[in-house]
Unconditional design. Structure first.
Lengths: 130, 301
């Protein structure tokens, strides 16, 4: 077998360059990983926020269900509900106590109220649907 | 084809092309040894010991050629000395192609004399040696036609850095650096896997929550939803603030109407100024009017 004729200093220098290059590339890769991690965390929190907001305010079925639930829970029989593609209008006539309780319940829920009118014996509200 | 040169002490050349250097016997020591070893690796280890019997081997490099079974032609040479002679002879290292031993490049016939540029050599006990110039020789010497020699495959490598570092140390240092470099490359592959994992997880989350294709679109939708949430929150805060007043002074709120970020309030209240002052602390009053016993106030949220 032919002996590999390489100048030792040239060999060390070449290997040293490869080693330095590996450190440089590794550091770049570490930075890249850190950026990737930051981006992942940031995007994950954005996605969770998007999901929470959408579920709370912009999911049609959830908004309708919340309104129906309040009416059902308060045992209101004479609620006049008109639902279109982009809104629900509810008109309820009742005594002052029921109106107050209903108002409290309504305002404590994450319902997208567009209009609201409360008098002593009635409540009218409009819920926006996205 | 490169030119051949016999390198002797006190020569001077004008070289500007690649040359093959044939070392004269004064630049190396050659011996034939019977060594009962076949392994090249072991031979390398034992050959220095054989030369040690003749001279101090410090600073020498060694080379061997197998002649017969367990019979080896061995060479010992000083790289630094050869480098020095090359320098003195005006031969630039960049033109040196290969280095050969004269011993191995010509046929050595017992007691035959050879001559090259007035320097005589003799083949004694199968080894070519230089004859000192002060010894008179009457026998006719065979002229060495160095240019016409067809060179063998046995040549040596000249370590130009031998003054600073030997081959073994260089290989050890290089090996250590290579190990570290390989370890770094391994760590890089691990980091690459982690980066891919983050990207995959993010893609899965996007699919799971049915997000728009770009994050810019997502952020724009979030802003829209955030606006809805803020408006609702502000409205609820305003209602709470107004209703707190009603409770504190036992006034009667007759109507409350919310529309387009405005609240229209209708109170049964005699103290208009007190009520207005309370609302003004946090909200802008768009209008305030007393009609009969009722006080109507429109507030901008």
């Amino acid at each position: 077998m032919k002996k590999l004729d390489i100048d030792p200093l040239f060999l060390i220098f070449s290997v040293l360059i490869i080693f330095i290059l590996s450190i440089y590339t590794l550091n770049n890769k570490k930075e890249q990983k850190l950026d990737s991690f930051r981006s992942y965390i940031e995007n994950k929190s954005t996605i969770i926020k998007y999901n929470d907001l959408k579920k709370s305010w912009a999911t049609k079925s959830v908004q309708i269900s919340k309104v129906n639930n309040i009416i059902k829970t308060m045992n209101i029989k004479n609620a006049n509900i008109i639902q279109t593609n982009n809104k629900i209008e509810v008109n309820i006539k009742s005594n002052i106590n029921n109106i107050h309780r209903f108002t409290n319940k309504l305002l404590n829920e994450k319902i997208n109220i567009k209009r609201l009118k409360i008098t002593k014996d009635s409540i009218y509200f409009q819920v926006g649907l996205i | 084809m490169s030119k051949n040169i016999l390198l002797q002490k006190k020569n001077n050349y004008q070289i500007n092309e690649d040359v093959n250097i044939i070392l004269s016997p004064e630049l190396y020591s050659a011996r034939i040894f019977d060594i009962p070893i076949d392994s090249a690796k072991e031979l390398k280890l034992v050959i220095p010991n054989f030369f040690e019997e003749y001279f101090n081997i410090e600073g020498y490099s060694f080379y061997h050629i197998k002649l017969d079974h367990h019979k080896y032609l061995c060479f010992a040479y000083k790289q630094s000395e050869i480098l020095e002679i090359l320098k003195q002879s005006n031969i630039d290292l960049k033109f040196v192609k290969n280095l050969y031993f004269l011993q191995n490049e010509i046929e050595c016939q017992e007691n035959e004399l050879y001559e090259y540029e007035d320097i005589k050599y003799i083949c004694s006990e199968n080894i070519i040696v230089k004859i000192p110039s002060n010894i008179p020789i009457n026998q006719k010497a065979k002229k060495l036609e160095i240019e016409n020699i067809s060179l063998s495959k046995h040549n040596i490598f000249l370590n130009k850095s031998s003054k600073y570092i030997d081959n073994k140390t260089a290989y050890i240092i290089s090996f250590i650096f290579i190990i570290f470099a390989l370890f770094n490359f391994y760590k890089m592959s691990v980091l690459n896997e982690q980066i891919d994992k983050y990207d995959k997880n993010l893609d899965n989350l996007k699919k799971q929550y049915k997000l728009p294709s770009s994050m810019i679109q997502t952020k724009s939708i979030i802003n829209e939803y955030q606006e809805i949430e803020n408006t609702n929150k502000e409205y609820r805060d305003a209602c709470e603030y107004v209703l707190n007043y009603k409770h504190s002074i036992n006034t009667q709120l007759k109507n409350i109407e919310y529309k387009n970020n405005k609240i229209l309030l209708s109170f049964e209240n005699k103290n208009k100024q007190q009520l207005e002052n309370y609302i003004k602390k946090r909200y802008k009053i768009l209008f305030s009017r007393v009609i009969g016993k009722n006080l109507s106030i429109e507030v901008k949220i």
